[in-house]
Design a protein. Sequence first.
Length: 345
Amino acid sequence: MASRRIEFVIADNPPKRLDKAIARDVPEEANLSRTRLARLIESGGVEVDGTVASDAKARVPEGAQIVITVEDAEESHIGPEDIALDVIYEDADLIVINKPAGMVVHPAPGSPSGTLVNALLHHCGADLSGVGGVKRPGIVHRIDKETSGLLVVAKSDAAHQGLAAQFERHSVERYYQAVCYGVPDANDPRLRGVRGASFEPGNILKLTTQLARHKTDRQRQAVLFEGGRHAVTRARIIEAFGAPAAASLVECWLETGRTHQIRVHMAHAGHGLLGDPTYGGKRKISPKALSAAGLVAINNFHRQALHAAVLGFEHPVSGEMMRFEAPLPEDMQALISALRMPVAI
């Protein structure tokens, strides 16, 4: 297999550990993440003054000659597939996609093909410089199969490392639009009694709980207040539908990013998403509250009404601040149009 050699010298006052020292001093153009460097040490790909170094914790003196041998990225075991993609932005390091509802992000036992990764392998082709030593797109976050909207994917190791760090420190801007049952309003006394729910200025609902996998249903997440992982969701009303209001369009944004977070949090607050088979549930709505068309639209909407509408982050290579927006897909637009129709008198 072809390889490349990266040679450099450890600068003054190096960190005490080899892995930290080479991570500090490796040339930026090498595009090697800390994780990749650690793997190269483990596999014998790093030499210090002509001797292979396999202990990441070993001390390294200033002035030491470092040679890193990096084998060309391997081909992924996942096959490329010619699937159309809605590309919002693309450069040498990353790509932003507007994912349609119904597409799985990554192959899994139940979805071995037809995924976003299969499509990206075909779309990007030779442009993938390798993530973790394999020619594959770097998935740093996911949205559920039946959720539509924006995803950023790394095409290089450096971009993967930089994006992952931003998601880990929760600095990525992510706004969703959803249609839920009822209206999450501060004037609703019921919400004041929901544990973990509070309101901030501007009638913003804040939900603060722990989340963990459900004890008996492994496909679900459960709200906890001890154990699990900390999760914070905020939501504000954009538009209410019906008289009295039976549903609403809300904007939700994440302080944390947990599996099914918006769906499970909104259901916990009593405002499950329309069409959500896992958390939303079917609700009986008075025929006097909505038009016949609105009621039919609710009954016929068979996915969670959730769309990742805004995605903002710092470009992991250039440092430029980037922000993207994706309009609501046609099915959610049609749902909202039906909900707006007046009730016949």
